[in-house]
Write a protein that binds this ligand. Structure first.
Ligand SMILES: *[C@@H]1O[C@H](CO)[C@@H](O)[C@H](O)[C@H]1NC(C)=O
Ligand SMILES: *[C@@H]1O[C@H](CO)[C@@H](O)[C@H](O)[C@H]1NC(C)=O
Length: 540
């Protein structure tokens, strides 16, 4: 009898394991199983088995590299987004596994800039894309450059993994939910003393006169023919006062360029002999046949894309939809590809104190990670998921298991006798006093999309956080991303794995095609599970 119960449980757990591994949406409810030690023992034993398999290292040459960058996705954000994603699928949430959670290797990345303990996104982007730590606010320049000083640009340029990959004959792409000339994507192609020099309109005239180039221009001039470009930032490509194609009557969306150039028209002209497509809405994007398109320029908004929760599902593509098309285009190159994907508005949600927006942005990036996993194999693709920096965001308050992630802590403050949300910010716009006292959150709708969680210090924009961020990795040489590392170590590993940039000594004359095929760890894990499942049935 006891054996039968254990057997049933074993089968159920293995089934659950396969459901999780295959990412079929099941709705496991644990409470009863969790009282039985064998539930936890078997789960842990399964994890142990998977860990033991990692002793056979994947030392293939990475034909492809994908870097997912969650802007501002600190570890508290990852944990809270995991609970949210689990709760969205009907689970209590804590036990849920996000796509990034399934990656076998994790490291910590130290994010400080050369001149800042708590970093900004430009200096950090230079680190994880160009392999060199830099000053805050500067893009694709070493720490010898000074923010906003045009005359410190020349001679201090550093190049990115995107360029190294392109020079090695790979296709390259950038997909982001921010404007394409925002800090993260810019460090992949630009060398700019100021991250805010989006077009010449945002530059001081002296800098333009001294020959410094705005970021939008550099997107098309520095690394000609970036194969895939998708994001926002349309207005920086068009001459001043040009009405926007999507919002023709809204002045704030008009073109910004003082030099009168139309960078989109120039791109189309330059690419007209090639299978190149400019698209500006979801319909155009999804009607493209990726097997017949080699280059794509997709600019879906005048500035940043909307939050995923507020996205117009008819006109705006999701991050997952953009990544899907990007990969189908890039995959055609027999030499492989490099793709940078940014979940760029996690950061914006936090800056606004809007945790719900930030966490839904994180969930959407995780969906995109899942899609990329289906379109690639760990046999030949190194995938890295990380963040540039954290935020002063956290959740706590001894909430019960399964508590709504946007809900209240189970007790009142023993000082002011008022309730408080589990999610809180160290600083930011959510600081609120009513008649000199902390707001009673029971009187407001703290579950709504744009609720600003309470903060200890009032600030118009919540700030970045200074603690380490996680680096998740899978695929060839992923094991090299281990331990506590400086952030600029990341592209050195990616380049080594792919035999691009300065790392060739270990590559020999063979290319990725010479590596003998072997099943990916994911395939192995699934077949192991299937075998175990069969065994368990037979045994019972
Ligand atoms: C660079 O320009 C700044 C003004 O933006 C000036 O103060 C500085 O002296 C210049 N540096 C050099 C090396 O010319
Ligand atoms: C907070 O608001 C709730 C709901 O209106 C009310 O029942 C409670 O007494 C308030 N607490 C304090 C300390 O004002």
């Amino acid at each position: 009898m006891a054996q039968r119960i254990v057997c049933t449980m074993m089968v159920r757990i293995l089934l659950l394991g396969s459901v999780m591994a295959l990412d079929v949406l099941g709705k496991p409810k644990f409470p009863d199983e969790e009282k039985n030690p064998s539930f936890w023992n078997m789960w842990a034993q399964r994890s142990l088995k998977q860990a033991l398999q990692l002793q056979e290292l994947n030392k293939n040459v990475a034909k492809n590299i994908i870097l997912f960058l969650g802007d501002g996705m600190g570890i508290p954000t990852v944990t809270a987004a995991r609970i949210l994603k689990g709760q969205l699928s009907g689970q209590s949430g804590e036990e849920f596994q996000m796509e990034m959670d399934k990656f076998p290797y994790v490291a910590l990345s130290k994010t400080y800039n050369t001149d800042a303990q708590v970093p900004d996104s430009a200096g950090t982007a230079t680190a994880y894309l160009c392999g060199v730590k830099a000053n805050e606010g500067t893009l694709g320049l070493s720490a010898a450059a000074v923010r906003s000083q045009c005359n410190t640009t020349q001679g201090n340029e550093v190049t990115s993994i995107l360029k190294w990959a392109k020079d090695a004959g790979k296709s390259v792409g950038i997909v982001t939910t921010t404007r394409i000339n925002h800090a993260t994507p810019s460090a992949a192609y630009a060398h700019c003393a100021d991250r805010d020099w989006f077009s010449d309109n945002e530059m001081p005239p002296e800098a333009v006169d001294a020959g410094c180039k705005d970021i939008a221009r550099q997107l098309f001039e520095n690394i000609p023919e970036i194969d895939v470009i998708m994001g926002g930032g349309r207005k920086y490509m068009f001459p001043m006062d040009t009405p926007d194609v999507e919002y023709p009557t809204e002045k704030q969306h008009f073109g910004t360029r003082k030099d009168g150039r139309n960078l989109v028209r120039e791109w189309k002209e330059r690419m007209k002999e090639k299978r190149a497509h400019y698209v500006w809405n979801k319909k155009e994007l999804l009607s493209l046949n990726p097997s017949k398109a080699d280059y794509i320029l997709g600019l879906f908004e005048p500035s940043d894309l909307p939050y995923n929760l507020e996205r117009n599902k008819e006109t705006d593509p999701s991050l997952t939809e953009m990544v899907d098309v990007a990969l189908k285009i890039l995959k055609k190159n027999p030499n492989g590809f490099f793709l940078l994907v940014e979940g760029g508005r996690i950061d914006h949600g936090h800056h606004d104190g809007k945790a719900k927006q930030a966490l839904h942005e994180t969930v959407e990036m995780d969906r995109a990670i899942g899609r990329a996993g289906l379109l690639t194999s760990t046999h030949e693709t190194l995938t890295v998921v990380t963040a540039d920096h954290s935020h002063v965001f956290n959740f706590g308050g001894y909430t019960r298991r399964g508590n709504n992630i946007f809900g209240l802590a189970p007790m009142m403050s023993d000082i002011d006798q008022k309730p408080f949300t589990s999610i809180l910010y160290g600083n930011g716009p959510g600081f609120k006093l009513i008649d000199g006292l902390r707001e009673n959150v029971s009187t407001v709708d703290y579950q709504q999309n744009n609720y600003q969680a309470q903060s200890a210090v009032p600030l118009r924009f919540e700030t970045h956080g200074g603690e380490d961020v996680a680096v998740f990795s899978k695929g060839p040489m992923a094991h090299l991303l281990h331990g506590v590392q400086e952030q600029n170590y990341i592209p050195h590993v990616m380049a080594y794995a792919a035999c691009v940039g300065q790392n060739h000594e270990h590559c020999g004359s063979s290319s990725s095609s010479a590596v003998s095929p072997r099943p990916s760890p994911a395939t192995t894990a699934i077949s192991t599970l299937a075998a175990a499942l069969t065994l368990a049935w037979l045994h019972c």
